[in-house]
Design a protein around this ligand. Structure first.
Ligand code: SAM
Length: 253
């Protein structure tokens, strides 16, 4: 069923108004009509099952048929700190990270980052990444649109991670799968966790030391070297599998 995000001020007791570019999408792309059904999220954890009551060029009015607390968010807020990759790889990383449940994506400029973006290019990229996040969130049925943060330096990223409950850093020189499994299991019950992925050239040794000093736990992703765009997806998949709770348990919260 199509899903749309609206501002909470557009949600009344019994009706919801959809405005902006979604109106064109509903009328002319999806060709929906009064009586058709869709889901609306307030971006804050509530889902509304709605029926179209009326529409014009500027607005689609919906009747609320039912509402419930969304069950699609992971119990741990996962922040993906991604070493800025080359070319358009970040597009794919944002899309897949949102599908896999990341709460926020933070592009990081590290010692071995090659790509250079001036202010204007960075602003355009950010707009694009956030729009990819919104489309992926709608497709995946997410209750929030994960934010793609402005690009930060390695030091700023480490500072942001210090404030989180946990901070894992996949590092190809790390050994020991049992240690890595223990780190993954230790994330049960935390509120938020950072995942720090190096760019194509990996992390510089001094970056790994700085992150470990700040509390990062290094983990291995196995004996094969994964591309930077694969590594984040691998960690998010493992965490999603380990931390996800059943829909029934969430409904009983
Ligand atoms: N430095 C490596 C090299 O140039 O051969 C590759 C870096 S890898 C492409 C990019 C990032 O993915 C790494 O910084 C690390 O965070 C993660 N990564 C890839 N494979 C990994 C593995 N087997 N174990 C842990 N982390 C891995």
């Amino acid at each position: 069923m199509p899903r749309f995000f609206v501002q909470s001020e557009n949600i009344g007791d019994q009706t919801i108004a959809i405005e902006g570019s979604d109106v064109n999408h509903i009328r002319n792309v999806l060709r929906m009509k009064p009586g058709d059904e869709l889901t609306v999220s307030d971006g804050g954890g509530m889902d509304y099952f709605c029926r179209i009551a009326d529409m014009n060029r500027d607005r689609v009015m919906l009747d609320i048929v039912g509402s419930w607390k969304s069950y699609t968010e992971l119990p741990v807020r996962l922040y993906l700190f991604q070493g800025l990759p080359k070319a358009d790889k970040m597009d794919l990383i944002v899309q897949k990270a949102v599908e896999l449940g990341a709460y926020e994506i933070v592009p990081v400029r590290t010692a071995r980052t090659i790509v250079k973006l001036d202010g204007q290019k960075e602003a355009r990229k950010l707009e694009r990444w956030n729009s990819i996040s919104e489309s992926a969130a709608k497709q995946a049925g997410r209750a929030v649109i994960p934010k793609v943060h402005e690009i930060v330096s390695f030091e700023q990223a480490v500072d942001m991670c210090r404030k989180l409950d946990a901070f894992v850093m996949p590092y190809e020189k790390d050994e020991g799968m049992e240690h890595s499994r223990r780190v993954v299991r230790s994330l049960h019950g935390v509120s938020d966790a950072g995942i720090f992925i190096g760019p194509e050239g990996g992390f510089a040794d001094e970056e790994v030391r700085a992150a470990v000093d700040a509390g990062a736990k290094t983990i291995s992703l196995g004996s094969r070297i994964l591309r930077t765009e694969t590594a984040g997806m691998a960690v998010l998949s493992v965490l999603m599998f380990e931390l996800e709770t059943d829909r029934k348990e969430k409904k009983e919260d």
